[in-house]
Design a binder for this molecule. Structure first.
Ligand SMILES: Nc1ncnc2c1ncn2[C@@H]1O[C@H](COP(=O)(O)OP(=O)(O)OP(=O)(O)O)[C@@H](O)[C@H]1O
Ligand SMILES: [Mg+2]
Length: 192
């Protein structure tokens, strides 16, 4: 695995622009996971991403609907699995069909459902920075689809790149602590 790429933005508009730059690289069947606390900027990221895919509609949070489909130059599926209670509910969403029809999938809180996803995705972790509007991003490829684009990824994100901050990584809460919600998706228990 490559060293994760690190980037930063200083405004919601900056996050949307960064996401738009990333979206230029996507291909049919791609999955992008968005990880980060409430209000980190996952939906802002999805808005910039969708805009770059040619979506004209306003992109809103699919927290209650779980999935929104938009028509862009590729079908764009925006998911938010925050309210999913059990991992096996993911099966009901029919993700495989979205990918088979050449869609691109962006999943907020996607890091909580990795046991039931194909092991081939780009994970974008968003963390709050020092200032109110500062956000830090870490991009990690899993599997070969995105790893093959590592260089293109670095180039696309060049305007936002920063040095990785090892301290931030050490301070990162554990997945269970991070997922602070009353009814949590059970974590990484694929045997059940
Ligand atoms: N640099 C930034 N990037 C993204 N959002 C920012 C930034 N600076 C400030 N914000 C603000 O932070 C908020 C991010 O909200 P957003 O809904 O995108 O977060 P989220 O991660 O999707 O939250 P949730 O977990 O509730 O879905 C917005 O109000 C946005 O204006
Ligand atoms: Mg959101």
């Amino acid at each position: 695995m490559h060293t994760p790429l690190a980037a930063a933005s200083a405004s919601a508009a900056g996050t949307r622009d960064l996401a738009a730059a990333l979206a230029e690289l996507v291909r049919p069947g791609d999955i992008v996971l968005l990880a980060g606390d409430l209000g980190a900027g996952k939906t802002a990221f999805a808005q910039g991403f969708g805009r770059a895919l040619g979506v004209d509609e306003t992109i809103t949070s699919p927290t209650f609907t779980l999935v929104n489909r938009y028509d862009g130059r590729l079908p764009f599926y925006h998911l938010d699995v925050y309210r999913l209670d059990r991992l096996d509910e993911v099966a009901d969403l029919g993700l495989a069909e979205f990918l088979d029809e050449g869609g691109v999938m962006l999943i907020e809180w996607g890091d909580t459902i990795t046991p039931v996803l194909p092991a081939d995705f780009l994970e974008v972790r968003i963390e709050l920075g020092d200032g109110d509007d500062d956000r830090h991003f870490e991009f990690r490829t899993v599997g070969t689809r995105w790893a093959a684009r590592q260089r293109a990824l670095a180039a696309a994100l060049a305007s936002w790149r920063v040095n990785p901050t090892p301290t931030a990584r050490h301070q990162r809460p554990t997945p269970t602590a991070r997922h602070q919600r009353p009814t949590g998706v059970p974590h990484a228990d694929p045997g059940h």
